[in-house]
Write a protein that binds this ligand. Structure first.
Ligand code: BDR
Ligand code: CA
Length: 314
């Protein structure tokens, strides 16, 4: 039997972050070593509270630490219009029982990497503030990072500005550090995540599973679907779960390697992920960009994960 991939979950829960963490916790191919929060969908206080509520709901038994209040440069940007005032509006969640470690998210990441007996994969589903800071402050730990599986960016277009996707736009300087790191990067950008759509029949299938986690997941998806329908989407794109699916069920995804740079300046394009489609830069690819997904396979994966919570040993 293959040994599990050790991972650190770094995100800004957020409905799709929470569903990504639900998938990670239920996947026997993954071992969650630590969880960290980042300012993004809401303030760091709110995303941290949500992260701990989600960990409690899912039974993630790993240390948790909070990220910083702000991106590396610039002012924080939040997405309360999508995820609500709490950053995770919708169903009632348990009060968190997971303690906050007396160190920063970056320090917890560094400690976790140092202690790991094999390289660790970081699953980053929020702005890249923590991961960028980790690489700046602890460059000697790069060999302890196997891969960074990112939800962020979009080679074709953005979703927060015409050019930029939210996670990259919030902290382009951090993203720039990550994309220049030379580490193996998987990018679940909008090119693929806008195809990872959930429809009512999918969340009703999950709701029908009847276990407490499945019920909450169905309600998160219901909330996320209603918002996205109201702005013209056909379904709810569960962006962040694609970054986990890439690790546990890569066969449902297709990918292409690109040299991708982050625009950190620009009047119109700050935060854009600029892919060199035609080799102008003469640079080797630095990113494996996920481009397409078997949507039904993705829904099956989410539903199987949600079902796991009804069967797991007490
Ligand atoms: C990303 O932005 C956030 O609102 C979501 O959680 C996801 O990580 C999609 O652009
Ligand atoms: Ca997110």
């Amino acid at each position: 039997m293959m040994s599990a991939i050790p991972i650190i979950l770094d995100g800004d829960p957020g409905h799709d972050d929470a569903i990504a963490w639900m998938l990670a916790r239920a996947s026997r191919q993954l071992e969650i070593l630590a969880c960290t929060s980042v300012s993004g969908n809401q303030s760091i206080e709110k995303t941290s509270f949500n992260a701990r509520r989600v960990m409690t709901l899912l039974g993630i038994d790993a240390p948790f630490a909070m990220g910083r209040e702000r991106p590396l440069h610039g002012e924080p940007i939040h997405a309360g219009n999508i995820h609500g005032e709490t950053g995770l509006d919708g169903p009632a969640l348990p009060e968190p029982t997971v303690p906050v470690q007396p160190c920063s998210a970056v320090e917890l990441m560094a400690k976790t990497l140092s202690a790991a007996d094999k390289p660790v994969t970081i699953v980053a589903t929020g702005p890249l503030t923590n991961v960028g800071a980790l690489l700046i402050l602890y460059p000697e730990l790069k060999p302890k990072i196997a891969r960074i599986s990112i939800m962020g960016g979009g080679l074709a277009h953005g979703n927060w500005t015409p050019a930029a996707e939210f996670n990259i736009l919030v902290d382009p300087e951090a993203a720039d550090v990550v994309f220049k790191s030379g580490l193996p990067l998987s990018m679940a950008g909008l090119d693929v995540t806008l195809k990872a759509l959930v429809f009512p029949e999918d969340f009703e299938r999950i709701r029908a599973l009847g276990n407490p986690v499945a019920t909450v997941v169905a309600e998160w998806l219901d909330f996320f679907y209603s918002f996205h329908r109201s702005i013209g989407y056909a379904g709810a794109p569960v962006h962040d779960a694609v970054a986990v699916a890439a690790l546990v069920k890569p066969e449902i995804l297709t990918a292409k390697d690109y040299y991708v740079q982050i625009e950190t300046q620009g009047d119109f394009c700050r935060g854009a992920t600029v892919a060199d489609h035609y080799g102008f830069s003469q640079k080797p690819p630095n990113v494996r960009a996920l481009m397409d997904i078997d949507r039904v396979g993705f829904i099956d994966l989410l539903a199987e994960a949600a079902a796991w919570y009804g069967k797991e040993p007490a």
